[in-house]
Design a protein around this ligand. Structure first.
Ligand code: NAD
Length: 492
């Protein structure tokens, strides 16, 4: 039994009940078109901000997060029911701070025009790329990392000199409201603004003719976002999800891998886009590995209810979805190892669950899990494991545990994923100097650091023709000189 056949909120004392958040009923939906017009007008009147203005904006953002860090940690936790404070500090405050620091260090060189080569036939001339702001960028964010996934893209959008409209998730209403207030106090509305609301507002947001729309969320909604943006020919970056596999190879110490995977998987209770989704293990080691993973989970989280280090599931709907996955797997013959805690449901917490013997068409093997459940799947050969991955949509992340270079090279060569961490989980996403994004169904386009700056800039090619050039000589009526120049250029 999964131990989850309990009404998640039954028997909850008033103190434990996650606060119900009632947004101000008198609040009017924001006039999105008016806000966009205001920002566009500011672009027209003031043009691209200077380096100094961009640095000032980044500093203001950094100070905002620093000054309000305690309030942000508390507010995010209230939205989740419980979000481990250290998890918020590591994955949101540190991530935003590191992002700003990295951009601040490199912005001057990124903004410099980049020299490019001029074809021999066109010399003398000079060619360069000039990075210009795109204009107004829309950022549409999910709930699982409500600061990182709004302020991270904002950092790079500001670095690239853009104006920005942000629509955070309705599932973290307190954090979204706080973000709106803080951004409103930090930036003029014509530079950065936050609009809050539900899916209807989100849908309307996507119909705005932004100069770029960066959406982070599910693949399902991502499709609708791309359709809406296409009507305006608005370019999109889609940061989506998917089932990120782990391949454990026989040569890697099994218990060590189990601990590393448990740390990554149960962080934020598995509600991370790059969380390991399922683990592929040499078939004869399946049960041994499942035991080791279970032990590792128990070591990390000896108790669940009342344990502030273990994060709650974001909503009752998400809780029921995950509980349903476990029940369905169990009813179709899966073996489930789960830390028993009858009080966990009252805090909307699902104890880590390790599943073996899951049937291939179970929901847990078809849908992105996005919670603390780990199916362990046996494979017979590396080819098998690779085929298993390649028979499914390209994932956002791929993890492999091995010290054998040939095995790692084979796996990386024959699979595709947004990013990879070898002998670890999720860490590639924390590297400021690596592009972060998906491929195929896990996303389109990447950002973070330099790649984010370029993504949110227009790379304008500029050719400066020298005072002396042959091209005004190669012109009709084509005579001897034109033919001679053409012959030289064709290398005849
Ligand atoms: P979601 O797609 O339900 O919602 C994301 C945003 O889209 C929200 O702001 C929501 O208001 C808005 N939205 C809802 N319906 C919409 C519509 N019809 N049109 C336009 N916008 C709409 O995603 P979620 O549940 O908030 O987040 C979980 C998903 O996000 C997972 O799939 C996860 O993998 C993915 N994710 C990806 C990344 C990444 O960087 N690749 C990061 C975090 C989460």
């Amino acid at each position: 039994m999964s131990g989850l056949d309990i009404d998640p909120l039954a028997g909850v004392s008033p103190k434990e009940t996650p606060m119900k958040f009632s947004p101000d009923q008198t609040e009017m939906p924001p006039d999105l078109h008016a806000l966009l017009a205001l920002q566009r007008d500011d672009v027209r009147r003031h043009g691209a901000p200077s380096y100094a203005q961009r640095i000032a904006a980044l500093d203001a953002l950094s100070n905002m997060v620093k000054q309000h860090r305690h309030e942000l940690v508390r507010t995010i936790s209230a939205d989740f029911g419980n979000r481990a404070a250290t998890e918020t500090e590591l994955s949101e405050l540190m991530s935003v701070r590191n992002g700003i620091k990295h951009v601040r260090t490199h912005l001057k060189s990124w903004m410099r025009p980049q020299r490019r080569k001029v074809g021999i036939a066109f010399r003398p001339a000079s060619a360069q790329i000039v990075y210009q702001p795109l204009g107004v960028i829309g950022i549409l964010a999910p709930w699982n990392y409500p600061l990182t996934l709004t302020l991270g893209p904002l950092t790079e959008a500001l670095a690239a000199g853009n104006r920005v409209m942000i629509k955070p998730s309705e599932l973290t209403p307190r954090t979204s409201a706080l973000l709106g207030k803080l951004i409103g106090e930090t930036f003029p509305v014509e530079q950065v603004t936050v609009v809050t609301g539900g899916p209807d507002l989100a849908e309307a947001f996507c119909t705005l003719p932004f100069d770029h729309l960066l959406f982070t969320g599910s693949t399902h909604v991502g499709r609708q976002v791309m359709i809406a943006a296409a009507r305006n020919l608005t370019p999109v970056t889609l940061e989506l999800g998917g089932k990120s596999p782990v391949v454990l190879c026989r040569d890697y110490p099994l218990r060590k891998a189990a601990r590393i995977i448990a740390i990554g998987k149960f962080f934020n209770a598995g509600q991370t886009c790059v969380a390991p989704d399922y683990v592929l293990v040499p078939r004869d080691l399946t049960e041994t590995f499942a035991d080791a993973l279970f032990d590792a989970a128990r070591e990390l989280y000896p108790t669940i209810a009342g344990n502030d280090d273990y994060t709650s599931i974001i909503s009752d709907r998400h809780y029921r979805r995950l509980a349903g996955m476990i029940d369905e797997a169990e009813s179709t013959g899966a073996k489930i190892r789960q830390i028993a805690d009858v009080h966990a449901a009252a805090e909307r917490k699902i104890p880590p669950a390790i599943l073996t013997g899951v049937v291939a068409d179970a929901t847990i093997m078809r849908d992105e899990i996005f919670g603390p459940l780990v199916p362990v799947v046996g494979y017979d050969s590396l080819d098998d494991a690779i085929n298993f991955i390649n028979n499914r949509p390209k994932p956002l992340a791929l993890y492999c545990f091995s010290h054998r270079c040939a095995v790692i090279a084979d796996l990386l060569e024959r699979t595709r994923s947004g990013g990879v961490t070898v002998n670890g989980t999720m860490l590639h996403a924390a590297q400021e100097d690596l592009p972060f994004g998906g491929v195929g169904e896990s996303g389109t386009g990447a950002y973070h650091g330099y790649d984010g700056f370029v993504r949110m800039s227009h790379s304008r090619g500029v050719l400066r023709v020298n005072r002396f050039n042959m091209f005004d000589r190669v012109a009709a009526p084509y005579g001897k000189l034109s033919r001679l120049v053409t012959r030289i250029m064709l290398g005849k």
